[in-house]
Write a protein of this length. Structure first.
Length: 130
């Protein structure tokens, strides 16, 4: 990381021992170790946040493109459906302009009995019953 070898670390340790003395050196080493641990933890936290944000951005791009394609194809299909509904169907009957005969309207049945059927005798058995 800083390209410091064993010999450089040994020189730093000897200078620290001479400057701080044997009583304060262990406490200073613990503090230095604590600071190094905090710095590493902070660095890993920032690195993890950056990786998470990059992954989220990549996911948005990968999902956004197919979603846009789907919306575009859906809009094209809707336009085609609208055009097909607006155009007259092939083989459809031409509009009634009076030149073609118009069929008679449907007449609902009436409750009257036909006149050609004689009335039934109420005392005779019903042919449908057994």
């Amino acid at each position: 990381m800083f390209d410091i070898g064993f010999s450089e670390l040994l020189v730093i340790a000897v200078v620290a021992l001479l400057v701080l003395g044997p009583e304060r050196l262990p406490r200073a080493a613990r503090m230095a170790g604590l600071w190094v641990r905090k710095a590493r933890a902070q660095w890993y936290s920032v690195q993890a946040d950056l990786e998470r944000e990059l992954a989220a951005e990549e996911y948005k791009r990968s999902v956004g493109q197919p979603l846009a394609d789907l919306e575009r194809s859906l809009a094209e299909e809707a336009q085609a459906l609208r055009r097909s509904l607006a155009a007259p169907a092939m083989g459809a009957a031409p509009p009634d302009d009076g030149t073609f005969p118009t069929p008679e309207p449907y007449a609902p049945p009436t409750d009257e009995l036909p006149t050609d059927v004689p009335p039934r005798d109420p005392e005779s058995p019903d042919p449908g019953q057994r």
